[in-house]
Design a protein around this ligand. Structure first.
Ligand code: GLC
Length: 557
């Protein structure tokens, strides 16, 4: 069912900036807000509607800004509040909205709230975080057996008061206790402060972890039962909506990052009638190539991807809304991971994956550099990595006896640092990212793969993204059409239709290097009008053959 007045973000495309790696204006090797501001024309030229800014708040940078010590200031590495206001004004002048990253499952341990909380058991802020006594018995002193996302236990002992505090991520990211109404009120007030400043919404970091059942219960093992979708999550989200968003007439957008979310949960959270969030980031498709955990990969089976995306499309067809992404600052680069980044196929694989994704129903997210076909980098030794998750995992695995070279081999394709190498603006020494020494090495392939080389090339990955975004803006069928998956059992070809008001578009993508005769797969595609393709300009192109990494949007009716 298509509502006559769909929300504005049903036709929008979001672009994520990870400021540390985007553009450095002052030569200190770290990207910053004036750097982002200087590149707004790149975003305007691409045509995106929204810029999601990964955290720029004051932070000790233990997790690159996802550990916040002051929610109402900008970290000096990134600039000042005046720089932020300037960026916001310049973005708005180009019709681009800005969405802030909201990291309120935890703060930094250097946030004054936590400094106060840890000072004594009777501190007025003691209960703002999760404090527990040492566990008695043979199971170990940590209050529960939960494992942190960044290796080791989720509990840190604090000698001042001889109690333990909870941290689902690093020990410098203590979890806020959302059971305490003062915590919730403080968060709501801070969100209002940013909205009053003019921001257009929030991407909410691990927001499905804010309600927890922190029992002294060993049976919970890894703990996810206790902190993913805890008992009061819907209540907290609805309260946030009431307290922060209700009554504001601006066109805002909220997207919740939700590891482990199911279709059913997402439908509840994004049902407009329930007034919680506009959309969520789910993780099913980026787990399909995990063999046990993220450090061990197996090849993606396209049939698994179809089953998963198909279920999400169907599950949120009548109520709720999908977000669509391959890449973000936590994921290796999709062209290397799900595509083929060899010289022969990289352009076509990048444009094919983009077409596959952008044709779905939902709001597409483009991560910086994805529009250029940026790929995973080359990593020599452990000293090349910067990411806390990667470094902690290496330390833990080698301490447990694993061969360092074997561990390194697992880090190279999987590390989050693959997403965090600087954006490749041109072919100069540091890719035009900085005049200084970059905080993390630039991918050596920037001499060939960069924005300057692609800007005026009508067949570049960049140009293809421009066309996909323009198509979404122009086509109500792409925005709102019904989705139907075709060829669910085909191992290489991903195909589906989108239909609305008598128009049917067919999206067909060859996710492989093997050519296929179109007539045998989808006879209706032969001779259909080409709306958008990625290979029709190539000399070997044949309408009747779906070439390697060939992707087409065709109009059937
Ligand atoms: C989210 C962020 C990730 C961060 C973690 C802790 O998953 O995307 O980058 O490390 O939360 O804040």
């Amino acid at each position: 069912m298509t509502s006559p007045n769909p929300a504005w973000w049903t036709s929008a495309v979001v672009y994520q900036v990870y400021p540390r790696s985007f553009a450095d204006s002052d030569g200190d090797g770290i990207g910053d807000l004036p750097g982002v501001r200087s590149k707004l024309d790149h975003l305007a030229d691409l045509g995106v509607d929204v810029l999601w800014l990964s955290p720029v708040y004051r932070s000790p940078q233990d997790d690159n800004g996802y550990d916040i010590s002051d929610y109402r200031d900008i970290d000096p590495a990134f600039g000042t509040l005046a720089d932020f206001d300037g960026l916001l004004a310049d973005a708005h002048a180009r019709g681009i909205k800005i969405v802030m990253d909201l990291v309120v499952n935890h703060t930094s341990d250097e946030h004054p709230w936590f400094v106060e909380s840890r000072s004594s058991t009777v501190s007025p802020k003691r209960d703002w975080y999760w404090w527990r006594d040492t566990r008695e018995g043979p199971a170990g002193p940590e209050p529960t057996d939960w494992e942190s996302y960044f290796s080791g236990p989720t509990w840190e002992h604090d000698p001042t008061t001889d109690q333990w505090y909870l941290h689902l991520f690093s020990r410098k990211q203590p979890d806020l206790n959302w059971e305490n109404p003062e915590v919730r009120a403080a968060v709501h007030e801070m969100m209002g402060w940013w909205l009053d400043r003019g921001v257009d919404g929030f991407r909410m970091d691990v927001i499905n972890m804010i309600s927890k059942d922190v029992g002294p219960d060993d049976a919970l093992r890894d703990g996810t039962d206790g902190f993913l979708f805890g008992p009061r999550l819907h209540e907290f989200l609805a309260e946030m909506h009431r307290e922060v968003f209700a009554g504001r007439d601006a066109d805002l957008i909220t997207v919740g990052e939700m590891p482990g979310v199911t279709v059913e949960q997402a439908r509840l959270v994004t049902d407009p009638a329930r007034a919680e969030l506009d959309m969520v980031f789910q993780f099913e498709h980026v787990g399909l190539d995990h063999d046990g955990d993220k450090w061990h990969a197996r090849p993606l089976r396209l049939t698994d991807l179809k089953a998963s995306f198909g279920r999400w499309q169907a599950g949120l067809a009548d109520v709720g809304w999908n977000s669509l992404y391959w890449d973000n600052h936590d994921q290796p680069r999709a062209v290397s991971r799900f595509g083929d980044d060899s010289p022969a196929h990289r352009r076509d694989a990048a444009t094919c994956l983009a077409t596959l994704l952008h044709g779905h129903r939902g709001t597409p997210y483009v991560y910086q550099g994805e529009e250029l076909g940026m790929a995973n980098s080359t990593w020599g030794s452990i000293r090349d990595f910067r990411d806390i998750e990667t470094l902690n995992h290496f330390a833990e695995a080698t301490a447990a006896g694993a061969d360092p070279d074997d561990v390194l081999a697992t880090l190279r394709p999987a590390s989050r640092d693959n997403a965090r190498t600087p954006v490749q603006w041109d072919d100069t020494e540091h890719a035009g990212f900085t005049t200084g020494t970059p905080w993390i090495a630039v991918n050596p392939d920037h001499v060939e793969w960069n924005a300057a080389a692609q800007r005026d090339d009508p067949h570049s990955v960049l140009a293809h993204h421009r066309s996909l975004i323009a198509l979404r803006h122009a086509s109500r069928t792409v925005q709102l059409g019904d989705f139907e998956m075709l060829l669910p059992d085909h191992e290489d070809v991903y195909a589906y239709t989108r239909s609305l008001d008598g128009e049917t578009l067919l999206v067909v993508c060859n996710v492989s290097g093997t050519p296929y005769a179109l007539a045998e797969l989808l006879p209706e595609a032969v001779g259909a009008e080409l709306v958008l393709g990625n290979r029709e300009h190539l000399p070997d192109h044949d309408d009747a053959v779906l070439g390697p990494w060939d992707a087409r949007v065709l109009r059937l009716t």
